[in-house]
Ligand binder design. Structure first.
Ligand SMILES: NC(=O)C1=CN([C@@H]2O[C@H](COP(=O)(O)OP(=O)(O)OC[C@H]3O[C@@H](n4cnc5c(N)ncnc54)[C@H](OP(=O)(O)O)[C@@H]3O)[C@@H](O)[C@H]2O)C=CC1
Ligand SMILES: O=C(O)[C@H](O)COP(=O)(O)O
Length: 496
């Protein structure tokens, strides 16, 4: 059970502690932040509302712990990460349980998230020892006008303190996707977990604590982003911010100083369906892509752009599959569970009502109980409807009928987002041309968008982000290149 056994020390009465200087602490604020269970809409957990002084203290510790961590051999850093991964996987139950209660993720998917996170940490340790153990050796005489008098040695060095801010929907996985690359690269790490998902993150941090990382190297500050977010992101000790979330990321980018940013923001992933597509494959991918975790994935299928000639058939096939989706509590592994908050449910409802007023065809009756919204397919959506452009982050999928491939590409490219997209066709040549034309960070051919596997590059264009994720890219982003040049008095040629 969450907060018991191995994890008992992270809980103080009914409030979870924050983590600083290698210890679990109670905030001097005397205040806590409630985490509301999306399904019951009752307070499930409480976490500390940390103060600015506590942030300052954590940053000082992170700065000094990083100095000695950067001198820790790579293989030792990797060894500790492997240990943390093993502890995490051995203790998946309390984390999975809190994911179910905090973010209403179905129980099976919650376990998968924790296991996937352990694998990500181990993969990162392996990748880190390989790519950080390599540098470059350059000779000066390859550039015009130079003799071979200079040897240039390059290596990758850490940035310093990395601030990690993950979103609610994959709190554990999107936290470790920042923590593991930062640590293997020799950085220290300050985590600000999402409020919904904070308790799962605190359990995950305890696994790193149990693995024996040095004091101060990892910290976890809890509190509302709206209250301590600016203080954290504008803190002078921070040397890199890795953020995943919504529009907040755009305002952070404007406020942050001259530091590397890794921003993974929203998406409006389009699914373009051509006339020759395998329509059963299309239907099952619209279901998987549009409705898994109730559509609360940045990579969810958020608009279907289907050729008119096959649209009826696609809609019928999807409709039949929607009818089989189960709706209910996450504990029972229902396909569709309550969305994360009442405000999120209200926002989704607003998009649905706008589509209704403007004449979209409802393939199912709209139904909502509290934060639970039944899966909904909207046909005959037109570009003047909000749902054609905005991301619902809920179980609602709009279908726009198109008369040409160009129309589909134009709709996709007119979005201010550019995360992922997908195209369904049996013609690989067409698929490649369409993929090239789509202004998105990734295009999936004949499958729904997805970030995973976690070592694949993952990036958004336009308002969908800055930089690229995926294990290797994250390690590179969290390092800087350092060069040392050896100057020789005379040109030197081996065997010359
Ligand atoms: N591209 C990608 O990889 C992904 C993108 N997303 C996008 O994220 C959104 C949903 O996630 P959600 O968690 O609601 O996103 P938010 O942007 O609301 O929150 C993300 C994180 O930022 C924190 N935060 C809030 N305000 C501030 C602030 N002023 N300064 C610093 N941090 C702050 C939040 O903390 P708190 O919870 O305390 O408010 C949370 O930890 C969707 O738009 C979705 O598309 C989601 C997952 C992946
Ligand atoms: O937050 C998200 O939506 C995730 O980055 C998506 O991950 P997945 O596509 O691998 O489920």
């Amino acid at each position: 059970m969450a907060g018991t056994g191995l994890f008992a020390e992270i809980l103080d009465g009914e409030v979870y502690k924050y983590y600083a200087d290698g210890e679990w602490k109670t905030s001097s604020s005397g205040k806590s932040v409630a985490i509301i269970n999306p399904a019951t809409r009752k307070t499930q957990y409480k976490v500390q509302a940390c103060t600015q002084e506590e942030v300052n203290a954590v940053m000082e510790l992170a700065k000094s712990a990083q100095k000695s961590w950067a001198k820790t051999p790579l293989w030792k850093r990797a060894e500790l990460l492997h240990k943390a991964a093993a502890i995490l996987k051995d203790n998946k139950a309390p984390m999975a349980e809190s994911l179910v209660k905090e973010i209403a993720k179905p129980a099976k998917d919650s376990v998968t998230e924790v296991v996937r996170s352990g694998d990500l940490i181990s993969y990162c340790a392996e990748e880190g020892v390989r790519i950080l153990g390599e540098g470059k050796f350059l000779l000066s005489d390859s550039f015009p006008g130079n003799d071979r008098t200079k040897y240039c040695l390059t290596s990758k060095i850490p940035l310093g303190v990395v601030l990690a801010i993950p979103p609610f929907n994959y709190p554990v996985n999107l936290a470790v996707s920042k923590i593991a690359p930062a640590l293997i690269a020799g950085n220290s790490l300050v985590l600000k977990p999402p409020t919904q998902g904070a308790v799962s993150c605190l359990h995950m941090v305890h696994c790193f604590h149990l693995a024996g990382f040095p004091k101060g190297l990892i910290s976890c500050i809890t509190g509302k982003g709206s209250e301590i977010g600016d203080f954290l992101t504008m803190h002078p000790a921070v040397n890199c911010i890795s953020f995943t979330g919504g529009d907040t990321g755009i305002s952070i980018s404007k406020k942050a100083g001259m530091i590397p940013l890794q921003m993974e923001l929203g998406g409006k992933d389009a699914c373009i369906v051509l006339e020759d597509a395998d329509l059963d494959l299309v239907a099952s991918n619209i279901i998987k892509g549009g409705f898994s975790y109730s559509g609360q994935r940045c990579t969810a299928v958020k608009v279907v752009l289907v050729m008119e000639s096959v649209a009826d058939e696609v809609v019928e096939k999807v409709k039949a599959k929607v009818a089989k989706l189960t709706v209910g509590p996450p504990e029972e592994n229902s396909d569709i569970t309550a969305v994360v908050s009442e405000s999120s449910a209200n926002f989704i409802e607003g998009l649905v009502m706008d589509a209704k007023e403007k004449g979209a065809t409802f393939c199912q009756e709209y139904k909502r109980e509290g934060n639970l919204i039944w899966p909904l397919l909207l046909d005959n959506v037109r570009p003047d409807m909000r749902i054609a452009w905005e991301e619902p982050f809920g179980p609602v999928v709009p279908v726009l009928r198109i008369n040409s491939v160009e129309e589909g590409i134009n709709h996709c490219n007119a979005s201010n987002f550019g995360l992922q997209g997908c195209v369904f066709t049996k013609d690989i040549n067409k698929a490649i041309l369409i993929s090239d034309a789509m202004e998105t960070g990734t295009v999936q051919i004949n499958s729904a968008p997805a970030r995973g596997p976690d070592h694949f590059p993952f990036q958004g264009l336009k308002d969908s982000g800055i930089g690229s994720q995926g294990v290797t890219n994250s390690i590179n982003l969290m390092t800087k290149v350092k060069t040392t040049v050896i100057n020789l008095p005379t040109p030197s040629y081996s065997m010359g």
